[in-house]
Design a protein around this ligand. Structure first.
Ligand code: AMP
Length: 546
């Protein structure tokens, strides 16, 4: 062995904004604020605000390793928190406001957050929950001086914190393996699991993503993350965009089709990132207006499988390219993308659509394989379906303070079990065949069928039940509760939905309940959800998540 003779400089998240401020001075972050006003700020000016915020955090006593929570929409303030917190060596813990009260409480306590920054729209939700959080948490409302909501009277105003702080800061010398961000995944049953990203993993992921989507991540491009900053770091966009010199157009809290259309049109966004549900409503607005938003060139869709109709409408009706991506909170999140290799880009649109429906080829630094039940590698023949295993610099090697979950997720030879089933073509295009579990994805969020079943089963009229996903035109999927009644009981659909609603988040409540004499069972004595899904795939669903 002959070691190379080169310097080793740590890869740190703060270097990204330093770089953007210096090299991409015209890059900016445009935000739709909660009152509808539009805020614009350059990366240079953001760099100064981040320094001021870091000083303020330091005064609050935040130091290396501390977890600082955010409960916030996509705006420049949330972006500032990302960089100021991790610049200090602390950990930016983004909380998904759509979690149930129980999950929310669990993760704040599990993470041991010492401060929580929140958008004022979440004040009532927070006021109702804070009694179950550690007492020493400091609360900061993301608002101007004097605008702290009355539900959280002891919170400080964000703008007051920044007032009078210096514009530059000397950040601590961090190790690249120090944690910078924490995001809990609620993708399975049981308690949410913490994914603790390092400075190194985040920087490498940003480089990897910029390399994988070279036509999007360029100086001067304008990018719209509809995907929230609390969902897998908005797919890494707050890091990749400034690194590449692209501007970010942050939509704030209004994510409906007409609002996204107006924003993308006015700001001449080139590329937007989000889940299929969002694209369906944007497409409806495009149909209403008979045009695409000015300048829109590529849409990136992920989080759940892209329906064919979605890809067709963008590509055929409006000439907008669709890139279909696969990823997980555990993979930073980008793993694969459907970007076509150059020799296929001129192919007929039908062929390009077929290929876009696959979840695509791997990004550099990300490796994948499919295995059978005994862990043997399966061929990349486009037909064999197996458990999808991945590894790479942006992939978790364990969960935060959760040995049992870590053990279950990592194979003895160091691969991460995604929980998905996939096939891979000889060209290396991965296709998700099914989720190995029976989770339901509604409006970009997971619903655990087992959690809902457990709740339903606590009603005396329910002898047995199953919750399955039914396709839904707006939310992609919605849960349907299938119940075998306890003999002699009478409870109806409304009673059972109300019972479930009392204990779960509104959007997790099944849209409908059907009653059966007997649930279909598999050979091993479990309810056969596959049979149920097939039987009810056309069941009308009209509920909507909150
Ligand atoms: P999350 O950690 O919430 O982002 O969820 C990750 C899971 O979402 C993956 O394990 C997949 O099951 C699913 N997923 C993400 N992207 C896709 C996609 N393009 N097609 C199908 N499923 C997807």
């Amino acid at each position: 062995m002959l070691p190379g003779i080169m310097m080793h400089r740590p890869l740190r998240v703060s270097d990204i904004l330093d770089f953007a401020a210096e090299i991409h001075p015209t890059g900016e972050v445009v935000s739709v604020m909660l009152d509808g006003s539009v805020h614009r700020i350059s990366y240079q000016a953001l760099h100064r605000r981040v320094a001021r915020l870091a000083h303020a955090l330091r005064e609050m006593g935040v130091g290396p390793g501390d977890r600082v929570a955010t409960l916030a929409w996509n705006t420049h303030r949330h972006f500032e928190l990302y960089y100021a917190i991790s610049g200090l060596g602390a950990v930016c813990h983004t909380i998904n406001p759509r979690l149930s009260a129980e999950q929310f409480t669990y993760i704040v306590n599990h993470a041991g957050d010492r401060a929580l920054f929140f958008d004022v729209t979440f004040a009532a939700q927070l006021a109702a929950l804070r009694g179950s959080f550690p007492d020493e948490i400091e609360y900061v409302a993301l608002c101007e001086s004097g605008a702290v909501p009355e539900e959280m009277p002891d919170a400080r105003a964000y703008d007051d914190l920044l007032e009078g702080q210096p514009d530059s800061i000397t950040l601590p010398d961090l190790d690249e393996n120090d944690a910078c961000a924490l995001c809990y995944t609620s993708g399975t049953t049981g308690n949410p699991k913490g994914v603790l990203y390092s400075n190194r993993s985040m920087v490498l992921h940003a480089l990897m993503m910029a390399n994988a989507e070279q036509n999007i991540f360029r100086e001067g491009r304008r990018i719209l993350p509809v995907v929230p900053l609390f969902h897998a770091n908005a797919w890494g966009l707050p890091y990749t965009a400034p690194l590449a010199g692209a501007s970010l157009v942050m939509p704030g809290m209004t994510l409906d089709g007409p609002s996204i259309f107006r924003l993308a049109d006015r700001e001449e966004v080139y590329s937007a990132f989000g889940v299929p549900t969002v694209w369906m409503s944007l497409l409806d607005e495009m149909d209403r207006q008979g045009r695409k938003p000015k300048g829109l060139g590529e849409v990136v869709t992920g989080g759940s499988a892209a329906p064919r109709r979605l890809v067709e409408r963008f590509m055929v009706d409006y000439g907008v390219e669709v890139i279909h991506g696969w990823g997980m909170t555990e993979t930073s999140p980008i793993g694969t993308l459907s970007c076509l290799p150059v020799h296929l880009r001129g192919r007929p649109v039908e062929e390009r659509i077929d290929r876009t429906l696959l979840q695509g080829r791997r990004a550099f630094g990300f490796e994948m394989k499919i295995v059978d039940e005994d862990g043997n590698d399966l061929p990349w023949d486009g037909v064999s379906v197996g458990e999808y295993l991945v590894r790479g610099n942006g992939v978790v090697r364990g969960y935060y303070n959760n040995e049992a979950a870590t053990k279950a997720a990592i194979t003895p030879d160091g691969w991460f079990r995604t929980g998905d089933m996939a096939s891979i073509t000889p060209e290396g295009e991965m296709k998700i065949a099914d989720r190995s579990k029976d989770l339901i994805k509604s409006g970009g969020e997971w619903i655990s069928s087992i959690d809902v079943e457990n709740m339903a089963m606590s009603h005396p009229a329910v002898a047995n039940c199953a919750v399955i996903a039914v396709p839904h035109p707006k939310w992609v999927e919605r849960p349907l509760l299938v119940v075998q009644r306890t003999p002699g009981t009478e409870a109806g659909a409304a009673d059972l939905r109300a019972h479930v609603a009392a204990n779960l988040a509104k959007w997790q409540v099944p849209d409908d309940v059907v009653f059966v004499d007997e649930l279909p069972m598999t050979a091993t004595g479990k309810v056969s959800k596959r049979t149920l899904r097939e039987r009810y795939k056309d069941h009308p669903m009209d509920g909507a998540p909150g």
